[in-house]
Write a protein that binds this ligand. Structure first.
Ligand code: HEC
Ligand code: HEC
Length: 158
């Protein structure tokens, strides 16, 4: 049945171009080092906005269109823990150096669209199911689909 779907898998594991596939251990090590750089970068930017962490992100940063009302400090933490970790990517996969506000990279624009999709699903569509386990609101996040991996279609940890 899903002949076309099967054809989309492509090379897994980031090897590409005939390179040998990396092992789960190698991918885990790579993820850890990317995570360490992300955390350090968040600390740097956090220091730059010191004292304004609780103001809305759109007041503190220059080009926030999706996550406007999130407090700036939480916005930055989300860049690391929700976006970066969810996709297994580093800050500079979406941002050009020294210009966080720039929308030059297409991936950043896709990510912004995705933020809107996630918001629509969480606020409009999922509530149709009623409350989740323990009465908590149901919610998906980037990691729900992206599974912490860089291959957009079918990544799965590790
Ligand atoms: C998958 C892509 C992606 C990754 C990875 C990512 N960002 Fe972002 N970032 C975005 C998007 C999209 C926006 C705009 C959000 C909006 O419009 O609400 C943004 C906005 C920002 C802004 C606000 C810039 C401004 O002045 O408007 C900062 C600061 C920022 N990111 C820092 C980071 C840091 C630090 C990391 C790594 C920990 C990171 N980002 C990782 C996509 C990404
Ligand atoms: C409901 C599932 C789903 C959720 C949730 C989701 N995505 Fe995606 N995302 C996809 C699909 C499907 C694609 C397209 C894959 C393809 O290229 O065919 C995609 C593609 C992308 C891409 C471009 C491919 C890449 O890796 O560069 C980015 C960036 C991205 N998503 C960011 C995000 C971010 C950030 C979030 C959380 C705010 C998010 N996505 C949440 C399903 C999802």
């Amino acid at each position: 049945m899903s002949y076309a779907l099967q054809g989309q898998g492509g090379a897994r594991g980031g090897g590409g171009q005939g390179a040998p596939q990396s092992t789960p251990e190698q991918r885990a090590a790579r993820r850890d080092s990317i995570a360490a750089v992300r955390a350090a970068t968040v600390q740097e930017v956090m220091a730059q906005i010191a004292g304004r962490e609780n103001q809305p992100a759109s007041d503190v940063f220059r080009n926030v269109q999706a996550w406007k009302t999130i407090p700036a400090g939480e916005f930055l933490k989300n860049m690391d823990e929700v976006v970066g970790r969810g996709l297994g990517r580093g800050c500079n996969d979406c941002h050009v150096a020294n210009d966080w506000a720039s929308d030059t990279l297409p991936r950043k624009q896709t990510a912004r669209t995705m933020m809107g999709i996630v918001s629509d699903i969480n606020t409009t569509l999922l509530p149709r199911l009623g409350p989740g386990p323990g009465g908590r609101p149901r919610a998906i996040q980037c990691i729900t689909c992206h599974r912490g991996g860089m291959a957009s279609r079918n990544a799965i940890i590790p």
